[in-house]
Design a binder for this molecule. Structure first.
Ligand SMILES: Cc1cc2nc3c(=O)[nH]c(=O)nc-3n(C[C@H](O)[C@H](O)[C@H](O)COP(=O)(O)OP(=O)(O)OC[C@H]3O[C@@H](n4cnc5c(N)ncnc54)[C@H](O)[C@@H]3O)c2cc1C
Length: 470
């Protein structure tokens, strides 16, 4: 693009969204063109902040006509490089689109614009006496549009499903600027292909989500939370099995290693261990009380002690302790970032294969360079393991990433025989493009390419994410 063409494009963008809603200042663009990964080249042409679906549509139409690529951007908490603009794209951020309609208490739905944060939807539901089920540590910053585009999983998937299960309807702006209104509030609708599903988890490669109708539910029964100290990884799956067989309604089943725990204690303000003696692993178990407020947690923990799978356990006795125990898990990602250079994985496996996989993983970890610490945690009740490679902050960032990638490749290579996935919830983005073929067949990838070509023949919609075009 010549500089005259560039100036014309900027003038046209300003005309659509207003002068103050177009950013071209390089320092600001470095932030706006990046997500949480911060390891990719960032070089956007501009960032724009449309205030309505019509403005998003006009911006897309303009970019389409000029064959300028765009990168949709939400709260930029993504962990796969999906919202990274590294090749003179226009970043389209929906941060001004934060309207939430009044909650529908009969149908249990809420409609909102895609720039609203996850937490704002949770709060709107709660203020109406209801519950929005998606929950993740990034909720204060992540947008509903980003949650949809990544099909976010989060802390409560074991009970309520991920983002896909929360979406009833969507409005999407397609790459040519046309608006596809699929924003129905229907719970049941078997009228041909359910096209909205294509946009959930597509990482912004097929269109821009501008509005959504989300499913709400009655507030859950009272839940109890415990943190359980565990000797062996295999005891974690035993705890899950015993909880299932006891009929517990599990609302969260998370785990972390003692190394992760130590890093949180070092970096998260006010964090303290609930145990007198540290253990190799910990489980965060949240269960609903039975009808009539009868505690399920206490008899369950007794059973776990009896079966010898629990070294020690604490139950949160009040809301402050509840928050404190949860924060031991929720603060891991941020504490790792404070600790050193990090490379993050989020693999998933069939749950009954976790023990065998962990044994193989540990063999690989033992071969890793000594200055790479491998820190494990995750939504283990969903078979989702976060593997984090952590290197000293004093070391060179790029060298660390290369070395960590080598370990990662060996660990990813273990996945196909378990029919595991290289990404449970963060997505492929730029980070795992080379690894897509470990979890998806050639036939699947070709079909994905065909869908991309159909919806985005000009190839301007978040190009280079998930896969390259042929
Ligand atoms: C501390 C922390 C904890 C986290 N915990 C979890 C977790 O438990 N579970 C989980 O799944 N993830 C987790 N994540 C990752 C991240 O929060 C999720 O992927 C989240 O859904 C991203 O939302 P976002 O608005 O920040 O999206 P962004 O990072 O801005 O973008 C993510 C992707 O969505 C696309 N996109 C954004 N908005 C739109 C839109 N309106 N239309 C179309 N495409 C769009 C972008 O192009 C990009 O490909 C965590 C991240 C952090 C930092």
């Amino acid at each position: 693009m010549t500089s005259a063409q560039g100036s014309q494009l900027m003038a046209a963008l300003r005309n659509i969204v207003g002068d103050c809603n177009v950013v071209t200042e390089p320092k600001e663009l470095q932030v706006l063109g990046c997500d949480w990964t911060k390891i990719f080249t960032v070089d956007p042409l501009a960032a724009v902040f449309p205030g309505s679906t019509e403005e998003v549509s006009a911006v897309m139409k303009l970019c389409h006509e000029n064959r300028v690529s765009v990168v949709p951007s939400g709260g930029r908490t993504g962990l796969a490089g999906g919202a990274v603009a590294g090749n003179k794209e226009v970043v389209i951020s929906l941060k001004r689109m934060t309207k939430i309609e009044p909650v529908d208490r009969v149908g249990l739905t809420v409609q909102c614009e895609a720039g609203v944060t996850t937490q704002a939807v949770q709060e709107a539901a709660s203020a109406a006496g209801l519950f929005f089920a998606l929950d993740l540590a990034a909720k204060g910053s992540s947008h509903i549009g980003g949650n949809i585009a990544t099909n976010a999983g989060g802390l409560k998937l074991i009970r309520y499903g991920g983002m896909r299960e929360q979406v009833l309807g969507l409005e999407v702006v397609l790459p040519d600027g046309s608006i596809l209104d699929m924003n129905s509030r229907l719970r049941k609708n078997n009228t041909g292909y359910d096209l909205k599903q294509l946009f959930i988890g597509c990482e912004g490669t097929l269109g821009i989500v501008t509005r959504a109708t989300l499913r709400l539910m009655a507030k859950p029964r009272h839940v109890q939370l415990s943190c359980i100290a565990v000797r062996d990884f295999s005891d974690i799956t035993k705890i899950l099995t015993i909880s299932n067989m006891q009929g517990a309604t599990i609302t969260a089943f998370e785990f972390f290693t003692d190394v992760a725990h130590g890093i949180v204690l070092q970096h998260a303000q006010g964090a303290r261990t609930p145990f007198q003696q540290r253990a190799p692993f910990y489980v965060i178990l949240e269960v609903e009380d039975a009808a009539g407020g009868v505690s399920v947690m206490e008899p369950l923990l007794e059973k776990l002690y009896e079966e010898g799978v629990c070294l020690d356990a604490v139950i949160a006795q009040n809301s402050a302790q509840f928050k404190e125990l949860w924060s031991l898990r929720e603060n891991i990602t941020e504490s790792l970032s404070a600790h050193g250079h990090v490379r993050k994985n989020d693999i998933s496996l069939p749950i009954d294969m976790l023990d065998a996989f962990i044994r193989e993983l540990m063999d690989e970890v033992a071969k890793a360079p000594k200055d790479i610490e491998v820190v494990l945690f995750g939504h283990i009740g969903d078979g989702n393991l976060h593997i984090n490679y952590v290197g000293p902050r004093s070391g060179d960032k790029n060298k660390f990433q290369d070395a960590a990638r080598k370990v990662e490749e060996r660990i990813f290579a273990l996945l196909p025989k378990y029919r595991g996935s290289v990404s449970a919830e963060h997505g492929i983005g730029l980070l795992k493009k080379k690894d897509l073929g470990l979890s998806r067949s050639e036939a699947e990838i070709n079909l994905m390419r065909g869908i991309k070509d159909l919806l985005d023949p000009a190839g301007i919609m978040n190009p280079g994410k998930i896969f390259d075009r042929k």
